[in-house]
Ligand binder design. Structure first.
Ligand code: TXA
Ligand code: MG
Length: 324
């Protein structure tokens, strides 16, 4: 059931979480499939509902750095980043504290846990009301495009969750940036809503995981297989012209003519607007009658890094399914 977020529905969702049930909730990045992060069975139910073929570690959503410190070993770099980016689209991977209450399954047996403080008021209200960290991957079936509206969630997981809190369209529209702080050198595991440039302005140069697309198969973050955000149709990147059997995902003021259907991520060429529209427009183009999705080139800077990462994954047809 899709519910408007009110004090009463948020309390109801929190009660479901405490009982070990799953609820879908809005964040500023994408909708999350939430379960009690301290409850192994609830976490197992998340993997099951998503149809995840393997146990990729999950992000635990918390209210603030103070709460994060109960579960992970904090450090000075984390502190700087939290002050600048939390609440917001940055996830930090840090060593678990001894006897961390976060379920072992939530970190897929790793010694490190991912924590994030969402800025969406409904997400914050839910964490507060639940009184515990909420494990939350994107609320889509494994391998599909992440949901940026309550309707998207209902379409893929409507029969799996009792409640979907409807917070409207997600403002960022791309998943959070995942930064690994467990080793000497901070390492970008997944580009996302917090740009690499903004992060480096705070802590200096970061390493980039070779698991990012175009890298080889070695990966530190298990959720980093290439084919990840796959629509059902083939995706063709860097399109400067289109054919009539294609749907065009355009960017900027002068898209080529001739596509069967065109959506423009941002007619003015604004990367923030493009990020917010990305998943909804990919979905809208992924429909009968369209043979292939053609995507115009997107600049490889700022949020363009994360947008291109998702597009390359959508285009990669390696048959693998990371299930995030
Ligand atoms: O914006 C987001 O991050 C959304 C919203 C709901 O918060 N969540 C999300 O979760 O995208 P998910 O499960 O789809 O992606 C989590 C990513 C995966 O790439 C996973 O491998 C990585 O974070 N990750 C989680 N825990 C990790 C850990 N302990 N070590 C390394 N990578 C980890
Ligand atoms: Mg995901």
């Amino acid at each position: 059931m899709i519910a408007e977020p009110t004090v009463a529905t948020i309390a109801e969702a929190a009660e479901l979480l405490r009982k070990g049930e799953l609820v879908a909730f809005p964040t500023e990045t994408v909708y999350g499939l939430g379960g009690d992060a301290t409850n192994e069975r609830a976490v197992a139910a998340i993997f099951e509902a998503k149809g995840r073929p393997q146990f990729n570690p999950l992000i635990s959503h918390v209210l603030d750095a103070g709460q994060a410190r109960r579960y992970v070993q904090w450090n000075a770099v984390a502190d700087k980043l939290a002050q600048r980016f939390w609440p917001g689209p940055l996830t930090l991977v840090l060593p678990r504290v001894k006897n961390s209450a976060i379920a072992l399954l939530a970190t897929a047996g790793l010694d490190a846990a991912a924590v994030r403080v969402p800025s969406h008021s409904v997400a914050q209200g839910l964490i507060r009301a639940a009184g515990r960290p909420i494990a939350g991957p994107s609320a889509n079936r494994s391998g599909a495009v992440s949901p940026t509206s309550a309707e998207h969630v209902a379409m893929s997981l409507g029969d799996r969750v009792k409640l979907i809190l409807d917070g409207g369209p997600c403002l960022v529209g791309l998943e959070s940036t995942v930064l690994d702080l467990t080793s000497e050198r901070p390492t970008l595991l997944r580009p996302g809503g917090a740009t690499r440039e903004a992060i480096e302005a705070v802590i200096g140069t970061v390493a980039v995981s070779d698991a990012l697309p175009s890298g080889d198969t070695a990966r530190k973050s298990p959720g980093q297989l290439k084919s990840h955000y796959a629509p059902g149709r083939p995706v063709r990147l860097n399109a400067t012209s289109v054919s009539v059997d294609e749907g065009l995902l355009a960017f900027g003021p002068n898209p080529p003519a001739g596509a069967m259907l065109t959506y423009n991520l941002s007619p003015t060429g604004d990367l923030g607007e493009a990020a917010a529209n990305l998943f909804a427009q990919l979905r809208a183009l992924d429909r009968p009658g369209i043979g292939r999705i053609a995507v115009m080139p997107i600049p490889e800077s700022g949020l363009g890094l994360a947008i291109n990462d998702r597009l390359r994954r959508a285009a990669a047809d390696d048959g693998a399914d990371s299930g995030s």
